[in-house]
Design a protein around this ligand. Sequence first.
Ligand SMILES: N[C@@H](CCC(=O)N[C@@H](CS)C(=O)NCC(=O)O)C(=O)O
Length: 199
Amino acid sequence: MATPLVVWGRRSAFNVQKVLWLVGELGLEHRRIDVGGPFGGLDDPEFLARNPNGRIPVIEDGGTVVWESHSILRYLAARHAPGRFWPEDPAARSRADRWTDWALSSLQPAFVDLFRGYYRTPDDQRDWAAIRGALERTARLYGLLDRHLADRPYLAGDEFTIADIPAGASLFRYFALDLDRPALPNVEAWHRRLAERPA
Ligand SMILES: N[C@@H](CCC(=O)N[C@@H](CS)C(=O)NCC(=O)O)C(=O)O
């Protein structure tokens, strides 16, 4: 009997949420083990043997261990639904890959600075110049997404792909920020489309 998928990582971690979203889209039976944050365990030799980088998420699927959230998205999509969420045609795949990579290299660093600087820092310790800088960078990047989504329903085109997960998973936190932000009508419409998906 095949061993079910195992996911290591606390549910509250942004990078783990990306993986759990795709696991839901794929309808995969899985077991999740709490690691990281208050649960600790990232320095345990057993955990480091699976991920020498000591970060969550990590998955093990039929004997294959994968770490790095976006590598996990690509692996799960390719393994469990070839061509469905990660297109096989190289041009179509590149349209999904560029937004998946952009989220990790551009959006996430700006967003994490904002999120940590504002939400995770007590009021009297906040560095407002740094927060405003991160807000401006983040808003500029969401503005770029808004223009891109003006004439397509999903980031890679007509269909939902793994590209929608990393940037899409950040929206709940971004829209909950009680800070002044420019309006993003196309991103908000995309957020509603994503939120309609059961996963
Ligand atoms: N680039 C990595 C980043 C992994 C990462 O930094 N994960 C965070 C959680 S979002 C972590 O392990 N934090 C330590 C902790 O939760 O204790 C990925 O995308 O998987």
